[in-house]
Design a protein around this ligand. Sequence first.
Ligand code: SF4
Length: 445
Amino acid sequence: MIAPSNPGNAASAAVTAAAAAATATAAATTSSGTRLADSSDATQRIGGQPSQPTPAPARDGDPRVQLLEGVYPTFVPRNPGIQDGVWNARDADMVRAVLLGMDLPSLEQLAEHYGQPRFRAKQLLEGVLKGAHSVEEISTIPKQWRAQLLADGVRTGRSLLHHSVGDEDGTRKFLLQLHDGRIIETVGIPTEDRLTVCVSSQVGCPMRCTFCATGKGGFARNLSAHEVLDQVLTVHEQFGRRVSNVVFMGMGEPLLNLPNVIRAYHGLNQDIGIGGAFITISTVGVPNAIARLAAAKLKATLAVSLHAPNQALRETIIPSAKAYPLEALMDDCSSYFRATGRRVTFEYTLLSGVNDEKAHAEELTALLRRYSLMSHVNIIPWNPVDESEFKRPSRNRVYAFKQAVEAAGLPCTVRETRGLEAAAACGQLRNQFQKQPLPQFEVPL
Ligand code: SF4
């Protein structure tokens, strides 16, 4: 089951900051007496439809009530079961509750908070999973409660579709605009019997792998769990068919955002119904993170992006590898396999003239054999990125590398390049549109 958004992440930091600001300004109360965040903020969140603040008397000695001229005072909303006191991050999360990604007990608490029967929680969840982009669209709950939720800044957690491009082979790439105006990429890859979504786990990426367009675009923040679920729901809606597989191979390094990735995994599995074995988490390696992933006991596949068979070469391609030697990474992969019984797969992006020699393939298989990790190798012929010094290897070169890996007894596949990938490698489309948050944007409801 998934929990509400992580108070420790950057988004929550922003929320906390906003909450602090709210203490210094003012807030408003609903007609029902439910306490609200500051009215200007609520106005923004509900798309410019201001809720009507009800004047409430200031309370003596309450440090939160520092009035600006013309702003009505009120009291901040509290989490269920918590009495008046100092505003904290939990309160902020409550006010800006995001329904997508909340587990049923949390939704039941929300319903209870509003004096609604418990079964309403399930209606909220079903409404969002069935595609409501705003609380207003959840027609199974009473109209008056919908209005209250909207006025209190409760959001479904759905993003806005900013842009999309498609290819003849059916692959479609979507740019999604988040509530803070930032943009992420997500890709839907259909085949006859599958619909795979390649999800982003961060806005940008701090790892700066030299061959990657996302790495060139910089890093802004981690995604919350609901922002991952939203990507999958978007692809489901846009394709009009069930998503069967999810791979965390879009923008970002998932193991740098592990708590939210684990929450998203549970949401994908339990709320959206995607089998754990059909979810893949890909990493270039983050110290101490693989053991934490093993401890989470997920059924997902771990895919480790090696891209080089030795430390010296790897460091030139993946700068972060300097802080995480290849031997340590391979040790962690062995431990992961022993702890979970799940085979690790290895990704290897082939860069012409850099890591695509037969000798590299032999060194790679020797490395995997040494660590008893004779599992699957997935070769990814590099997709061109603007202003990059790398070149895509020839088809012959790719298949020679594959043969060399297979000759050593390892199962090996070459990732098929979809038409869209050839035209827009991961992160490239987003870089064309945005490196900074949009200066002006519509806030999702
Ligand atoms: S390859 Fe992955 S980890 Fe490396 S910069 Fe790109 S998104 Fe980040």
